[in-house]
Write a protein that binds this ligand. Structure first.
Ligand SMILES: Nc1ncnc2c1ncn2[C@@H]1O[C@H](COP(=O)(O)OP(=O)(O)O)[C@@H](O)[C@H]1O
Ligand SMILES: [Mg+2]
Length: 376
């Protein structure tokens, strides 16, 4: 994307300095620059900027910011200031700003801020997807981890996994990670972070996939309040193209909050005897309370033998709901992958398991937003 920047900076010397950074940047255009926000509001529109860098080191910055978000609905507004103040930043975000950048800035920090904040500000349709299971051992973590890799490979986009299975999250074990920080710290700091900062709480798996790992001890669960978890999810949406949320089994405050905030919720169950069909049916009955539930709730069954079109139709008929994908019995592959520190997806790239995961990724990538979306 070509960034067309309008720079609003009340300090003349700073205006000169920042202008230079933008003018010499190969992928940015300084569309307009103003020393007064009144002038910018009055004259800026003709330049049609998609980014506004707005100097907040002035009286009444929040009110002015509101005027800018009203006047430039299609631009991402990034606040600039000499010092980052947590409580002020949250006011700016509420007034419609997409992020905050310390000035003077270098080309690299400006570029990184634009790449992160501009996306969220312009809402380049990130998707948050929660994976819900009526009971434990549904194959959820296996699917999420492999799906994250598949999504990143197919799109080249950033994928973030949030392990909100707060007590017994095992995403870190799955990927063999030793996280420096977990959801406990992210939730603690959420109110003071920007999306850019939040990413540093995630642990990298690949260049594009990272995980916000679960609590290190089950007893730490109390440290993650629902409202802070919501703040983390919301912020992650601004930092990743796809956010996959693993939640504890069953209906509980965490799984409900995550599902409500998600664009899509996958109800997952591992076939083992047949009761799972009933469990999924009952879960769907609960989700039915959402008026847009058919757009937002999807179903996946794992460990299905035989795993073919007929089975998919049979299960769909039984639950009276479309099943997006069936995942075959992949016990051996999943165990082998865990032993070798590999992804099951990569053990047999042409096999049925990889095929299922790739189809699921394909469905998610091409799912059109219904326009209604998540409830926030
Ligand atoms: N498709 C599958 N086929 C057979 N076994 C599976 C499959 N997916 C996962 N498993 C097994 O089930 C166990 C639980 O899977 P996991 O993904 O951790 O589920 P959950 O996160 O729902 O508890 C794993 O240890 C794995 O051995
Ligand atoms: Mg799990």
């Amino acid at each position: 994307m070509q960034y067309k920047i309008m720079l609003v900076e009340h300090d003349r010397l700073m205006l000169e300095q920042l202008s230079k950074v933008i003018e010499t940047a190969p992928d940015m255009e300084l569309a307009a620059r103003f020393q007064s926000s009144g002038d910018a509001l009055g004259q800026g529109k003709v330049f049609n900027p998609n980014i506004i860098l707005f100097d907040t080191d002035v009286e009444g910055a929040t009110e002015k910011l509101r005027e800018f978000t009203g006047a430039f609905p299609h631009a991402a507004i990034i606040c600039t200031g000499e010092k980052w103040l947590a409580d002020k930043t949250s006011h700016y975000i509420q007034a419609g700003a997409s992020g905050y950048l310390i000035k003077p800035f270098t080309y690299n920090s400006l570029r990184e801020a634009l790449m992160t904040y501009a996306q969220s500000g312009m809402q380049l349709d990130s998707k948050v997807i929660t994976f819900f299971s009526p009971k434990g051992k549904s194959g959820k973590t296996t699917v999420i981890s492999n799906l994250a890799i598949a999504l990143s490979r197919m799109t080249g986009e950033r994928v973030g996994i949030i392990d909100a299975d707060l007590q017994f999250g095992d995403m870190a074990v799955f990927f063999n990670l030793e996280p420096q920080s977990t959801i406990v710290e992210a939730a603690r700091d959420a109110r003071f972070l920007s999306p850019l900062d939040l990413r540093s709480y995630f642990t990298k798996v690949t260049d594009k996939v990272s995980v916000l790992c679960g609590t290190k001890k089950p007893s730490l669960i109390d440290r993650v309040s629902i409202s802070n978890l919501e703040a983390v999810i919301k912020m992650a949406k601004a930092a990743f193209k796809y956010v996959l949320v693993d939640v504890p089994p069953g209906f509980n405050p965490t799984s409900i909050a995550a599902a409500e905030m998600s664009d899509y919720t996958y109800v997952m169950a591992m076939l083992n005897g047949g009761y799972e069909i009933k469990h999924v049916q009952r879960s769907l009955d609960v989700f039915e309370a959402w008026d847009d539930f058919e757009d937002r709730v999807r179903v996946v069954f794992t460990r299905v033998v035989p795993c073919n079109k007929e089975a998919q139709e049979k299960i769909s008929d039984a639950i009276d709901y479309d099943v997006d994908v069936l995942v075959p019995n992949a016990y051996m592959m999943v165990s082998k992958a865990a032993d070798n520190g590999q992804m099951a997806l990569d053990l047999e790239p042409e096999g049925q398991f990889a095929g299922s995961i790739n189809s699921l990724a394909d469905i998610i990538i091409h799912q059109n937003d219904t326009g209604r979306g998540a409830k926030w």
